[in-house]
Design a protein around this ligand. Structure first.
Ligand SMILES: Cc1cc2nc3c(=O)[nH]c(=O)nc-3n(C[C@H](O)[C@H](O)[C@H](O)COP(=O)(O)OP(=O)(O)OC[C@H]3O[C@@H](n4cnc5c(N)ncnc54)[C@H](O)[C@@H]3O)c2cc1C
Length: 199
């Protein structure tokens, strides 16, 4: 494989990713502002308040950062559509943001990432790497909140990871336990929600 600087690398497998480019052509020359996508506010209104945008084409608010970004995944499109529809019908509220996430099945090996999987400044992380079992898990904490996660080869906790991040639940003593054993994510979820009287 030859890189753009002319250097060569030998590899058995090459994976390339191009990312996603929002098609904003339809609003070109109009009063609707664009950046990476069509800019919207928390009600999914464009710079023309009578016109809404949602889904891949919209640059909406990110749950984890509060920044406005294109998140080209189906759950975000669904969420955007719901918020836009409610606001168009006069029953809307401000959008709290969508969680960036990806779940990928690569010839049977499931990998996933949620939220701030790369971590935050001053945050802490826990990691388990078990190549013999094709398993990996990485948790990212900000204080005693789980803010991001990535994993390979473990699927049973995927919903719990999302739930813990989106609920911004205080992990309390469970954080230290997860730092020791990041696979104890289900126990942490049940423990935290029980302590709050949810379960
Ligand atoms: C190969 C592939 C795999 C994917 N896998 C996943 C996945 O595993 N999980 C996941 O969450 N997401 C996945 N996605 C992303 C997901 O498909 C999109 O995020 C989602 O479909 C976005 O919905 P949308 O309604 O915003 O856009 P779209 O589904 O693209 O719908 C937009 C519609 O608008 C129409 N349109 C465009 N321009 C005009 C115009 N000027 N006038 C009228 N109509 C117009 C288009 O024809 C299209 O029907 C994948 C995408 C691709 C391409």
């Amino acid at each position: 494989m030859t890189l753009s600087d002319g250097s060569k690398l030998s590899a058995a497998l090459v994976i390339t990713a191009t990312g996603v480019k929002a098609n904003t052509d339809l609003v070109e020359g109009s009063d609707i502002n664009t950046d990476q996508g069509i800019l919207v506010n928390r009600r999914m209104q464009t710079s023309n308040p009578d016109i809404y945008a949602a889904g891949d084409v919209a640059q909406g608010v990110d749950f984890s950062t509060g920044n406005f970004e294109v998140q080209a995944i189906q759950p975000t499109a669904t969420d955007h559509g719901r918020i836009a529809a409610l606001n168009m019908a006069g029953q809307g509220d401000e959008h709290h943001g969508t969680l960036n996430m990806n779940v990928l099945d690569t010839v049977g090996l499931v990998s996933c990432s949620f939220g701030l999987w790369m971590g935050v400044d001053g945050g802490e992380s826990a990691e388990l790497y078990n190549p013999d079992e094709f398993q990996y898990i990485n948790l990212q904490f900000d204080g005693d909140h789980l803010v991001g996660a990535s994993s390979v080869g473990k699927t049973q906790h995927v919903g719990v990871l999302r739930g813990l991040i989106e609920s911004k639940i205080h992990l309390g003593e469970w954080k230290a336990r997860l730092m020791q054993d990041p696979t104890a994510i289900m126990e942490a979820y049940v423990g935290c929600t029980q302590e709050l009287g949810y379960a």
